[in-house]
Design a protein around this ligand. Structure first.
Ligand code: 0CN
Ligand code: SF4
Length: 329
């Protein structure tokens, strides 16, 4: 068999916000029984969504999809956050909701609100249409936030009052691209106010750093993650930019086309913040069956973040099997 070195990145996979969001759905199912509604994919991963569906969760995009006879069952808002209109709508429909918005997304919401309170027009750096962007824009009245996606947008942007601007960003952006957008804005608007803490989260930053360190010399870099997962897609870009010959997003080992993969000697492997470790293991196993595989750990930092679940759910107990699912194992 051909020898293959897998550079297994760390940190990879589930972050504290994803772990918490999945836990909230599992705990709600235990406490309140099925069905538990979830507005939008709790995190952007089919394996996770299907696993929760098998336990009795029902995924909807909007609250009006919840049938009247299930109005007493809880509805969970996804990790990506929601516009203010969503909890308001839930209240007007007498729905019981549990908010699984990542605390680091909520922090960005607060910083956007703070800019506005201090009289600044808010620039949100992020990707149009992404649920987190919709949620952050929806913290403020229409017109209070302008979305800037690229350096080109930053060059073109024409504010009404160039001396009163504050920015925040989506949590899952490319660290490098965002720095370029901010530098462009700052050059044009020297009084632009930064948020009091970085908006790109620790998990995004750490996963990009580790992929970037492992990428030089890789024939192929596989990122486990979904096509609608912003942070996972950014890891593919980072791998290519840092020197991997090829990089791709893979959702399950069954997608791997070994004919096309051909003769790789060094493979980089990481996983987005919403991708479970079971799929990483599945991919390692698929390579093991075809190559004489050695695993090299490419760990750049150790993470210790942990976020508590909502107060109502803290005393619900999980089985060992539930814990494994929550941890993506
Ligand atoms: O993949 P995710 O569900 O979300 P995005 O990367 O698309 O934002 O990962 C969890 C991140 C959050 C919030
Ligand atoms: Fe929170 Fe960052 Fe994880 Fe998103 S990627 S859930 S912002 S910790």
């Amino acid at each position: 068999m051909t020898p293959l070195t897998i550079r297994l990145c760390g940190p990879r996979g589930f972050c504290a916000g994803v772990d918490r969001a999945i836990q909230i759905v599992v705990l709600a199912l235990k406490r309140y029984g099925a069905p538990v509604y979830v507005r939008h994919e709790i995190v952007h991963n089919r394996y996770v969504v299907e696993g929760l569906e098998a336990r009795g969760a029902i995924f909807v995009e909007e609250l009006d999809e919840i049938p009247a006879e299930h109005r007493e069952q809880p509805v969970v808002f996804s990790a990506h956050g929601v516009p203010k209109s969503v909890p308001e709508d839930a209240e007007s429909r007498n729905l019981f909701y549990l908010d699984a918005t990542c605390p680091l997304v909520s922090k960005v919401h607060k910083q956007a609100m703070r800019h506005e309170r201090l009289g600044r027009h808010v620039i949100l750096i992020g990707h149009a249409g992404h649920p987190e962007v919709i949620g952050t824009m929806g913290q403020l009245p229409d017109g209070a936030v302008s979305l800037v996606e690229t350096v080109e947008d930053a060059k073109r942007y024409q504010p009404a009052d160039p001396d009163n601007l504050g920015y925040v960003t989506q949590t899952t952006l490319s660290v490098q691209d965002t720095a370029d957008v901010i530098a462009t804005l700052r050059e044009r608007f020297p009084n632009l106010t930064a948020p009091s803490a970085d908006s790109i989260c620790y998990a995004t930053t750490n996963r990009q750093e580790s992929v970037s360190a492992a990428a030089p010399g890789c024939d192929l870099f596989i990122i486990v993650g979904a096509p609608n997962s912003s942070n996972s897609k950014r890891l593919v870009e980072v791998a290519k930019r840092a020197g991997a010959k090829e990089a791709m997003l893979v959702q399950r080992a069954s997608e791997l086309d070994f004919e096309a993969i051909g003769d790789v000697r060094t493979l980089g492997l990481s996983a987005g913040a919403s991708a479970p470790e079971v799929v990483v293991n599945e991919i390692i196993e698929a390579f093991r069956q075809r190559f004489d595989t050695t695993i090299e750990l490419a760990e750049t930092t150790i993470e210790n973040e942990h976020f508590l679940v909502n107060r109502q759910l803290r005393d619900v107990e999980l089985t060992v099997e539930d814990m494994a699912f929550v941890n993506g194992r």
